[in-house]
Design a binder for this molecule. Structure first.
Ligand SMILES: [Zn+2]
Length: 365
């Protein structure tokens, strides 16, 4: 798994001069190498390396590893331009340099990068914005040093984490997504959606008032309200997905229903307009990526009959569900309806591959 984190270099004025100079020389060298590609009608990195290397070292004073990088990126740019039949030669503007693990060493925890320049390696400190701090224990790979329009140098660092794939031998959790309860899990957690609904309702009302006004300031306000509403839902989904992933832990499995459209069948309820498919889709996406980080597998089962089957005895009948209560006509068990559904989702997964003469549902205590 890979991410790119954006850090801000906090350079001294002396270092700034070195970085500026280095960037200027690097772009000159790359532009020379591009011309050389055109001249030799060749964009193969290895063949052009032999043509350019000595010149890049001697004329432009680049250290060995930067000469290699300059040639490599020049060849790639020339290749793209020729393939797309662009009339003009590509030109490097001197606003970014690529660093690989041979031309840089990055310590994310200490916020220190050692970058190769014409003057040798220089040690730079950088700050990591709060959002990206969650990745500081990942492995730093390559990076791009960029001089931004605001005049600041930023280091865009590719970070990688070896993801542990779930062996699926840990805890298995069935998850039902619904309307009255946003989430019900087979181990008994219910996330009541009352609060989410009341907040959503407030936003929906505010939006429709603003829409009917139709003035320019109303439409500006409207887009702000939309943003706030989306952030609210995203926060809810972050909290829910985090809790689900943490509750199964490494090597666990989270089972969800494959939902085709929330508008269909069992989800066709009055409050539907409040709750978009998008929110459910986003929750799935969050679970998938958080699961990948934590070594938790996310599996899907078919939604069919999960709400009208008894999770204790397997009896399937209409009318066993009354509002939020499920009462089985066969074995008489009374359960919370969403909880019953989440257990059925769990069983659909755990029973896959069982011999057909086995009971359909296991005995639940
Ligand atoms: Zn039953």
């Amino acid at each position: 798994m890979m991410k790119i984190i954006q850090t801000v270099i906090e350079e001294t004025s002396e270092q700034r001069a070195i970085l500026d100079e280095n960037m200027a020389r690097m772009s000159e060298a790359q532009n020379f190498a591009v011309s050389s590609c055109y001249e030799h009608k060749e964009t193969n990195t290895f063949r052009m390396h032999h043509v350019n290397y000595t010149i890049l070292r001697e004329r432009f004073g680049l250290p060995a590893q930067l000469a290699v990088v300059a040639n490599k990126y020049a060849c790639a740019a020339a290749k793209t331009a020729l393939r797309k039949k662009r009339s003009r030669q590509p030109k490097f503007s001197g606003t970014s340099i690529h660093y690989d693990t041979r031309s840089s060493t990055i310590n994310l925890n200490k916020g220190i990068a050692s970058l190769l320049t014409k003057e040798g390696r220089i040690k730079l400190t950088f700050s990591i914005p709060k959002y990206f701090q969650r990745y500081t224990d990942w492995d730093a790979k390559g990076s791009n040093l960029v001089k931004c329009r605001d005049g600041k140098f930023r280091l865009m660092i590719s970070v990688e984490k070896a993801t542990a794939e779930s062996n699926k031998k840990g805890k298995v959790l069935g998850v039902d997504r619904g309307i009255n309860n946003l989430i019900a899990t087979s181990d008994g957690w219910l996330y009541d959606s009352a609060h989410v609904f009341s907040v959503k309702k407030k936003y929906v009302g505010l939006r429709s008032r603003l829409q009917s006004k139709g003035t320019r300031s109303a439409s500006r306000h409207l887009s702000k309200v939309r943003g706030r509403e989306q952030r609210f839902m995203r926060d809810v989904n972050h909290v829910v997905s985090r809790r689900l992933i943490d509750s199964v832990g490494e090597n666990g499995v989270v089972i969800l229903e494959k939902l085709k459209g929330i508008g269909e069948a069992r989800h066709r309820r009055k409050q539907n307009w409040l709750f978009s498919n998008w929110a459910f889709y986003q929750l799935e996406q969050f679970l998938l990526y958080k699961g990948e980080e934590a070594g938790v597998a996310i599996e899907f089962v078919r939604a069919k009959d999960t709400s009208r089957t008894c999770s204790a005895c397997g009896n399937m009948d209409r009318g066993q569900r009354q509002g939020s209560t499920f009462s089985c006509k066969a074995c008489g068990i009374i359960l919370h309806a969403d909880l019953n559904a989440s257990r059925n989702i769990l069983h659909k997964y755990t029973l896959t591959g069982c011999p057909v003469n086995q009971p359909i549902a296991p005995q639940m205590s």
